[in-house]
Design a protein around this ligand. Structure first.
Ligand code: G3H
Ligand code: ZN
Length: 285
């Protein structure tokens, strides 16, 4: 397990994993982490990685690490194939997530194990697997109904971590990707989380995807029950696009990107700072 996760587990806080696809988002996250002296994970999904470039994001993060001295982890989020994961590792990502949740339980174990064997050999210290049916994408949607069978089964979780050797596990406990138009928060099944945490033990870090739109008190309780990494994307995307629209409307004749973008960076930074405070990772760098 990565050191920042061990410390988070021992001291009951969580590290935010924030998604990016451009420089302004990285800048906002790093500034937030710097202001609050927090460790931080910067994630790119396959689509986001392809837009910013895997090599490019690696070098950008290296530059910020050198400048700030902060623990900033570059993480591949929802890697869906062995090839995507192999490429990220070869380029120098620090941490990877293989999302085999759409496969059958047996195939998910088999594929995840293959990836764990490869990534271990390459010295990767955080390999995240996923179990359960996580609905939705990182956007605004009508309503998403979570079904009881979507939730991660604790017996399967135990078998999955034992057979694959992952360091961390993304679970489904009522969480969904994205936020609903009505502003309604999903119901988080804390009892299921407690059950899973008991069977997988301290060697495994539990991960909560779909961190946008979850009630603050549910986040806090989840951290007490073993969540050490929380992924957030949609709320950052909303802050970005809303503030960009406003910035453009405020001065329609403005065409200078470095004058249009500062309020956008500020808006995203504010969301990241709020999350870091809720997750409790401030002053833990
Ligand atoms: O993997 C990324 C996250 O799970 C983001 O979820 O868009 O609901 O914050 P979110
Ligand atoms: Zn996710």
């Amino acid at each position: 397990m990565l050191n920042i996760f061990k410390k988070a587990q021992e001291n009951k806080y969580a590290i935010g994993a924030f998604n990016v696809s451009n420089l302004e988002q990285v800048k906002a996250i790093v500034q937030a982490a710097q202001n609050l002296q927090s460790p931080v994970i910067i994630s790119t999904s396959e689509g986001e990685s392809n837009f910013i470039g895997k090599k490019q994001i690696r070098l950008i993060i290296d530059a910020y690490k050198e400048q700030t001295g902060l623990p900033i982890i570059l993480h591949l989020d929802h890697g869906k194939s062995f090839e995507a994961i192999k490429e990220a590792i070869e380029i120098g990502y620090d941490s990877i997530h293989f999302d085999g949740s759409k496969l059958s339980f047996e195939e998910n174990i088999e594929e995840t194990k293959k990836i764990v064997d490869f990534a271990r050999e390459k010295g990767i210290k955080n390999i995240e697997g996923e179990l359960g049916y996580l609905r939705g994408g990182s956007n605004i949607h009508k309503t998403i109904e979570v079904k009881p069978e979507d939730l991660t089964n604790s017996k399967q979780a135990e078998e999955f971590v034992n057979k694959t050797g992952v360091d961390s596990l993304a679970i489904v406990i009522g969480n969904i990707h994205g936020i609903s138009k009505s502003g309604e928060s999903p119901h988080i099944f804390l009892d299921r989380l407690e059950e899973i945490n008991k069977v997988v033990g301290d060697e495994i870090g539990l991960v909560l995807h779909g961190g946008s739109g979850i009630k603050e008190e549910d986040i806090e309780k989840s951290i007490q029950l073993g969540i050490i990494k929380i992924n957030v994307n949609t709320e950052l995307r909303v802050a970005y696009t809303e503030s960009l629209k406003k910035s453009l409307q405020d001065d329609p004749d403005r065409v200078t990107p470095y004058k249009i973008m500062p309020p956008v960076v500020e808006a995203v930074q504010k969301v990241v700072e709020d999350k870091i405070k809720i997750f409790g990772s401030n002053n833990k760098s």
